[in-house]
Each structure stands twice: as structure tokens, then as C-alpha cells.
Design a protein around this ligand. Sequence first.
Ligand code: PMP
Length: 644
Amino acid sequence: MSTNINNNGLPNIDDLQNLANELFKALPNEFPKEISLSPDKAEHPRATKIAETILHTGNLDQFGQIPAANPSNLPPAPPAFSGFGASPSALNHGNTGAFALYPNAGAGFDPQNKNSSSGVQENHDLNINDPHTGFHDVNLKNGNPAQLNEESVFSPLSLNNQYLPFQTENSSFEIELQAALSFVDTQFKKREDFPLGGNETTSSYYFLDQNPFAFDKRSTDIIVGNSFDYKEINLFKGHPFDAASVKKDFPILKETVNGKPLVWFDNAATTQKPQSVIDRIAYFYKHENSNIHRAAHELAARASDAYEAAREKVKAFLNASSANEIVFVRGATEGINLVASTWGDQNLNSGDEIIVSNLEHHANIVPWKRLADKKGLKLRVIPVDDDGQILLDEYAKLLNSKTRLVAFTQVSNALGTITPAKKIVEMAHAAGAKVLIDGAQSVSHMKVDVQQLNSDWLVFSGHKLFGPTGIGVLYGKEDLLNEMQPYQSGGNMIQDVTFEEIKYHKAPNRFEAGTGNIADAIGLGAAVDYVTKLGIEAIGQYEHNLLEYATRLLKEIPGVRLIGTAKDKASVLSFNLQGYSNDQVGQALNNEGVAVRTGHHCAQPILRRMGVETTVRPSLAFYNTTEDVDTFIKTIWELKKVRF
Ligand code: PMP
């Protein structure tokens, strides 16, 4: 575009304005809304564009195309659990030679395309709607993308001989999974007559009946006697989910504590991080570190791309309908506070009612109680039964035309109860209320699909999903987020600022004021990749079996009171041991290298409802094994033997 010259010799103001607008549209700070990134694609589409521009400006070939570049000019690709260095669609282009560097060479660039957001020149042949990473991948043979073939990119067996946890050299994940499922099926049938132990009713522990790896009475005998034999008690032997090899992905799990191998049973407080997450964060600081969205240089593009790619990964993980529905926050706590301070403050008035459940973590009580006190709202509580299960009929009685919000947890951190989330949401919506789900304890154990749940908001913390601390997610329906006032304000969240008026960005940027936790958002993306690769359903099935195994063994120990005996549970075994304080039990376990939490778990109301102030709380994750459980159980048996 050129500018016309006015009579007075100065450029035409309108032309200048149009030019400026063109420029601003092309700048990265309009990202991400103009580019659709998909998680199966590499993380640096805009960086690729910038690199190409830098390398090739004024250097087009005789056809007006960008010539292939020397891959050694480009930095290595970020580490990925999947090891993909070229996107699947890049392969599908069927290009050879330098296709991974310039997958769209010859595709023709549309100069009219308003989606150009990187600030690079627009007169070459890149298709911004189909961006591909041009950086070679350290995982690829010789680091040379020209030698890629389909197998070398997609076969996990090619990734430095690292196998996925389900895999052996000769079998694919799918075959193993198939075998696992048929095994589960036959075991279900075999175990119909499985005897229950302990004092609880059948209904309290119905899931134990269905344990495909059900407890064998021999195990207790082995523990009570002194000949504790791991091999005999390993009832998961042969199970295709190879937790022992998954464990190897987590360097910290090689630590010893008091000379014993670390058993990490404090997963409800925080989870450990796989090497791929650690590597991804290190890679960011080595190769990508920059502030995001605000500069036209290469590193800003890399950092912005990786950050937005992480948002896309979370979007896919939660099955949100748009990445604009994913707001990066500090954690579940900040997510809840954000909704209370924005939507709550904006929309709730004296006399309105908020419902929470008795199971809530303090993070889902205190912000609502404060808001209620400030605005004269009524906070109402869904009661639970003696097993720690939500009483839906009591909930129904609480709902009325004044109910504006229902905020509840999908899994209780103190008891492990899984709540009937979909039902709770449906009932709230029927009463005209909005719903916030606290997913802090659910996302790492089960498939959480926000569209299926139909919740208005959902929060979780990255550090409980094998990702870094200091990063978490607020999911919100897009329209709703855009109706909400900003939370914090400053840079990055505004479209335009004058001293008279401020225009805010739409979500998610409107809620991401200032410089966010860029590296850890990217680390969270890597954690999502890791969990997705293992398969959240397979994780859930394995953990379910492990929880059943541990529950059965724990219940066998005289003097143990299990607190939280819901039919549907995930991960958590809260208990007291007669004759011991909870801290004494925690210390005894620590002596054996077993890390558990003791205390009120930031959920005092539910513990008091169950008649206790504190509990010992082992909480399981997929890298825990039956051997871990056995070490824990053996220690409790030893304590019991001393005092009874
Ligand atoms: N909700 C639940 C159910 C939790 O377990 C926790 C953490 N223990 C939180 C919210 C708060 O998470 P964070 O401290 O990571 O913000």
C-alpha cells in the first residue's frame, strides 16, 4: 500500500491510519485469535515464519518461492513426549527433501489473508492457515528432516529406543490395551463370588467386588507373618499398564528417603514431574525465553507460539470448544477467586444464594464466604452421608429461584469421593444457576470433558497434573468469560488505552494481565502431552485397581478407621489408626520412605462432618505400584503389632 500526498505536501491521514492498522493487525500481539494452532502440530509456526523471512527476504527462487534453507541454521525443536518434529500433516503433504522446513513451498500465499499475524513480509508463499514448524527435531534421525519417513516420525519405537509404558518392542499400545481390556473382562466374571472383608457394608465397597486384581487372602498372611514377599503379593503382575516403567519417567522417584526408596503417596497435595516436563521447561529457558505477544522478533514468536500451543493442548485435554475458553491462572485457588471477584461481584446481590458442598476444599469455600459476607449473600451447603457422598435429594431442596451459583468439587481431596458432577450441573441449570466445578483432584484421574459436563467454569492446578507449580487453568464458556469484568488489570489485557477510556481484550487475554507464567504454562502443555500419551482412561482404570487393592489391604488392619467410604472414589485413602496420632503414623511411614500427608487437608468442614479433625492421607497416582502399597501397608501392620 502507498500513501497519497496532500496539497500541503504531507501524506493523507486516512492512508496513514489504514497503513498503521494493517501493521498492527500483522503484529504478534493480536495473536492468538487469528491463528488456529492444533496440538498435533509443532509449536513454532510463527517463529518459522519469522525465521524464513529473516533467512530469505529478497532471496526468492526463479519461481518466486522460498528456496530450502540449511537446517543447521535453525535451532533444535522443543523436546516432546511424542517426539514429533514434523506435524502429521506435513508428512501428508508427501513432500520430500526440505519439506519439513518449508512444507508449503509452492502452496501460494494469499496476500489478502488478514490472518497474517507475525509481522513478516506477506509477499511470499507461506500459508498462515496451515503453519508448520521448520526447526529440525533432535529426535529425528541425524537431526535431518530430509530423511524423515512416516515410520521414523510416528513410531514411538524410534524415539531413542524409549517405549511407551504399555509397549514392548514387538507390540503396539493398541494391542496391549486390547489384551488388558479382555483380561479385565474375564477377571470380572471370575470374581463374582469374591468375599468382602472388614466391617463395612457391601454397598459401601461395591467396587471391591469388581476388582479384576482382587485381594488374595494370602497377602495378609504374608504381611502378618514376617516373610513379606513382594513377588507373591504383586497381583498386578502381567498387567499391561506397566507402572514400574512409567515410574522411570519421573527422576525424583529414584530418590531415597531414610535409606529407603521414595514412595510418593502425597499426590493429592502435588504430583511429581516426568522428565519430559522438566526438559520442556529447561528448553524454554535455553531456546525460547522471551516475553510473549509483544514483539516481532524471533524469540518472542517462539515463546508466544509455545505458550499458545500449550493453551491448545489444555483445550483439547478438557474438550473445550475454543482455546479462548482457557485462561492461564496461578492454580485452582486463583481460578475460583477470579470468578468470585469478577462474575460474583458483578452479578450477585443481597439475598442471592450460593451453594457449595460439604466436601469442599477451603479454596472453594473461603472466596464464596467472603463474597457472601461482603454482599449479604446466603451460603448454603449440600450435606453428605456417612460414607462422604453428596445427598442429591438434600441438594434438590436447597435449589430455588434465589440460587445463582453452585460451586462444588468433582473429587474430594480429603476423602476421595467422586461427586455426580453431571447431575449436579443439570440440577443447578434447571434452577437457573451457574456452575463452577473444582477439578483440582479430578483431572489427573479421569476424563474431564467440559462440554459433556456442561459446567460454566472449571478450574484445576498444573502441579496436580504432573506439571509445574504456579500455573493452572480457569475454563469458562466463551460468552460468559467475555461478559465478565477483568480480574487484574494492566498490560497484555487491553486493546486500547487512553486517559479517557480503556478497551479490554476478549478472553482469554482479558484475564491474563501482566507477564504471566510463560515457562510453566508451556511445562503444563508438556504434562498434558504426557498424560494424553498414557491415556487418561487407562490411567483411571489402573488407579482404580490400585485403590481397590490398597483399600482392601488397609481395611484388614485392626484399629484402622477408613474415613470416606463412598462407592465412587479416586486416589485417596484417608484414615486414622487407633493408638497413634496421625503425625506418629506419618513419621513412621516417612521412616520407611513413604510420603503421606497428615492434617486437615484444607478441608476442615468435611473432616468435622466425619467426626475427626485430621487424618493420615495417602493418595495414589499412576506411577505408584503394588509394591508401594505393600511398603505402606506393611508399615501400618508393624505399628499395629507394637501397640495391640
Ligand atoms: N481444590 C481442591 C479439591 C484441592 O485439592 C486443592 C489443592 N489441595 C485446591 C482446590 C487448591 O489448589 P491450589 O492450591 O493448587 O490452588
